[in-house]
Design a protein around this ligand. Structure first.
Ligand SMILES: [Zn+2]
Ligand SMILES: [Zn+2]
Length: 121
């Protein structure tokens, strides 16, 4: 179980594609044919609950990201792919660590929605 866990985590760390659980399962199974879908889902949820990975909800499917630094995401409304928005979002963290009327902001999640360049073609 521990080896499977670290393999799933290692795979997620190695990609920037924000795969869904189904994609993670398909990719991990290529190297670890004995792993079950249930294990992959359980491992992903476990990491998510511990805050070691983040989940992004897009088009009925949950996507996973091992990059838990604050960064914004672009979600394509057509294909459902999730992309990082970093360079254009240099001011997205403007309110981070700011005291607001309702409390101190520790982290943030920003999702942008649109049609990605692949789908615009
Ligand atoms: Zn798209
Ligand atoms: Zn991301």
């Amino acid at each position: 179980m521990t080896a499977q866990k670290s393999f799933v985590f290692g795979y997620l760390k190695s990609v920037k594609t924000h795969p869904s659980a189904e994609v993670v399962y398909k990719e991990v199974r290529k190297k670890l044919p004995s792993i079950s879908q249930g294990t992959v889902y359980r491992v992903l949820n476990n990491f998510k609950d511990k805050g070691e990975i983040q989940a992004i909800e897009a088009k009925d499917v949950t996507h996973f990201d091992a990059d838990i630094s604050d960064h914004a995401h672009f979600i394509c409304e057509r294909c459902g792919n999730v992309f990082d928005v970093i360079s254009e979002c240099s001011e997205c963290g403007l309110l981070k660590n700011k005291k607001t009327k309702v409390g101190l902001i520790k982290k943030y999640t920003i999702n942008f929605y649109g049609i990605c360049k692949n789908c615009r073609k």
